[in-house]
Design a binder for this molecule. Structure first.
Ligand code: GLP
Length: 261
């Protein structure tokens, strides 16, 4: 695992945006795995800026979402499809019909989850998957206790996650749906590259557990330890609990060009 400690949130975003931009420039038909939540927003803004300056195109790309709430009206602004359209897709040239998300409207949700996993395979897999981390260590909506081999499925959110996400529902925790469809940990593990971004002191504890704690279903983000090409990008605050912080800083500062991923 590569750990990049940026001096601040803006430079953390710059690092993440550079990885996504590099993927868009390098591949003929890139599949981007996009995350919602506040963590990737600064990186999305940098990508939008680059697009507006004429330096970046996503016209040849496909985007897939990690997860979606069950039970929200399709046009609800906190829904993840609406969120990612607003915050990124509608502001760049990625064709809207090339954005895919779990189908939470299906009568048979279980079958829809299986279809989503099949769709990811048919697309050829995800080239780069962006991730945030919940304060309880979740990634996508895989709460603690999620099977490390899990596939896309319905999950129930913890009270803590619903409280964390209440800010997207005018602060009303009771309005945050209880159920979601999320890519499983096994599904996420199949992406060719994972990039997790976390900023702010509230993420220091889950980041320390994910990066330096045991690989365990109790901290789903620790799954990144099992992935051959995972990068964790944090600012100084989110790096606050890392015992090997100096080593990560030294490693990144001295990273030779030939080692660039
Ligand atoms: C939600 C999302 C996750 C996200 C997490 C952290 O639960 N499903 O994908 O990583 O929140 O959110 P934030 O980045 O806003 O802290």
């Amino acid at each position: 695992m590569e750990v990049v400690i940026a001096p601040d949130a803006e430079r953390a975003a710059g690092h993440v945006a550079a990885i996504v931009a590099g993927t868009l420039r390098r591949l003929a038909h890139p599949v981007l795995g996009l995350a919602t939540g506040s963590s990737p927003l600064a990186a999305y803004r940098l990508l939008i800026d680059a697009h507006r300056r004429g330096q970046l195109s996503a016209a040849h790309a496909t985007a897939v979402l990690l997860d979606e709430y069950v039970g929200l009206p399709p046009d609800h602004p906190a829904g993840y499809r609406a969120f990612i359209r607003r915050e990124l897709i509608d502001q760049i040239d990625l064709p809207a019909e090339r954005l895919f998300a779990p189908d939470v409207e299906a009568d048979d949700l279980g079958a829809a989850c299986e279809r989503y996993d099949r769709l990811l395979a048919e697309l050829g897999g995800v080239d780069v998957q962006l991730l945030g981390i919940g304060t309880d260590g979740h990634i996508a909506f895989n709460e603690p206790g999620s099977s490390l081999a899990s596939r896309t499925r319905v999950k129930t959110l913890t009270r803590a996650t619903r409280a964390d996400n209440a800010r997207f529902f005018d602060g009303r925790v009771d309005d945050v749906p209880r159920h979601v469809v999320t890519q499983g940990l096994g599904t996420i593990l199949e992406a060719r590259r994972l990039v997790l971004v976390a900023t702010g002191a509230a993420k220091a504890e889950p980041i320390a557990a994910a990066v330096e704690g045991p690989l365990t279903a109790m901290c789903p983000a620790s799954l990144l330890q099992w992935h051959p090409k995972a990068t964790v990008v944090v600012d100084e605050e989110a790096a606050g609990g890392l015992r090997l912080a100096d080593y990560y800083r030294e490693t990144f500062a001295a990273k030779p060009d030939w080692q660039r991923w």
